[in-house]
Write a protein that binds this ligand. Sequence first.
Ligand code: TEU
Ligand code: CA
Length: 528
Amino acid sequence: MTEWWKKSTVYQIYPRSFMDSNGDGIGDIPGIIQKLDYLHDLGVDILWLSPVYDSPNDDNGYDIRDYYKIMNEFGTMADFDELLERVHERGMKLVMDLVVNHTSDEHTWFKDHPDFYIWRDQPTNWRSFFSGSTWDFQKERNQYYLHLFSKKQPDLNWENPQLREAVYEMMRWWLDKGVDGFRMDVINMISKVPNIQDAPDGDGSSQFMNGPNVHTYLKEMNKRVLSKYNIVTVGETPGTSPKEARDYIASQNQELNMIFTFEHMDLDQASGGKWDLKPLELIDLKENLEKWQHGLHEEGWNSLYWNNHDQPRIVSRFGDDQNWRVESAKMLATCLHFMQGTPYIYQGEELGMTNVRFDLIEAYKDIETINMYQEKQKAGISHDDIMKKIYAKGRDNARTPMQWSNELNAGFTTGVPWIQVNPNYTNINALEHQDPDSIYQYYKKLIAFRKKMDIVTHGDFTLMHREDEELFVYTRRWNDETLTVYCNFSNQTKSVERPKGAKLIGNYADHNDELALKPYEAVVYYQH
Ligand code: TEU
Ligand code: CA
């Protein structure tokens, strides 16, 4: 029997930027309820909410102050209960974002249970994901506490069984409400090596990623909580290979159902990390996705994504948002949605929303971006050179308000939006989403194929034209059926062999014996 989430498509909502119902400029839960029919029509069946718990919003909700309370800006627990009911009555499911590698420093635990956190007399030289040190000194205790992210996100000490029990109790509370699963924030970082120490150039990741007890903890979490519910779980696991992924998600391991890999999202950066920009080589992308398709084909299951609230928008990143926006958005969607796995659509991806360019750093809100700007400015890098990095990789690219219409503020709010709307909302918005040629309707077709074609769910994967630097071509085979997916990642017309079978999707008009793909065109052939 195929697990239900293997035929599903997930839609990620970043509530702060999705829909504001009360004019305070901040998206909220009643706003999500207003848009459920838009989501249901698209055909997605699982909604993943980025954190909606009480938070001081140092990292926009990924710094939780109270796991049992809804963030004031987003509404009330009654609003949440209504959202859950409205989602379920449409036959959809709701997955929460579980952030338990760290809490906010304003969580009562930080004061009342210091042993739930990680303290040392002396700091190591580790660098935070958000610039600066991963240690902050606390006078009262005369010790340093660890925070891999912001200083207001102290890491939890998972070696402490009382902490683990407190997390499991909270998880049960949400699951007993009827929540359908969890996306688990940096879950592969919860086990640190026992004697943490300085690391070469401050990169401590080998001491906290996929650590010594991470599988012990996840097996315990599965036994004590997850196994008692019919739910779906996906772990966010930076720095994980297919081999390590199988350890987390092979069904016999009784841990998680899926994980997010970051390898394909790190291909357009050089050795200095995400801000050290490097053009994408398509062959690197083809071979990485092939590695993951093969690596999890028999054991495990891929999470298929191009976008989320931390990544720049794919049509600007791997497509062409100036000259071929609609074509390249559809091509990128085709490339991903015919692979094996569960696809994740991030809000606005179905409209071909693009990256944004604010002239002033003050327009940016993301702590990662602001800290990086200050750090690089101190290092003497020019404003323009830093802004180039932010334009390419800043997380606010994904966090500008959802563009619902061409009205003021894209119909997102009647107030002043917490972050400026992308000025291109006047011609990129959801008004035309019923138009048969819209990107939204194209996504709707892709989602429907997954539901009705077993070859998409179960077929194997073979990369074709491996050496071609502009074409991404692969086949899927299942019993006597074959799908051939052709994606032109360039702004040139590309000719390839005439495929066998019938055209399943794509605007391409059949020519004689060859296939001439227009710039950023995708076409899929089906034969059996
Ligand atoms: O992100 C984890 C993570 O690996 C980030 O460092 C990510 O790689 C980076 O932001 C890319 O630029 C998760 C959440 O998705 C992110 O929003 C949070 O800020 C972070 O954890 C801390 O909770
Ligand atoms: Ca609001």
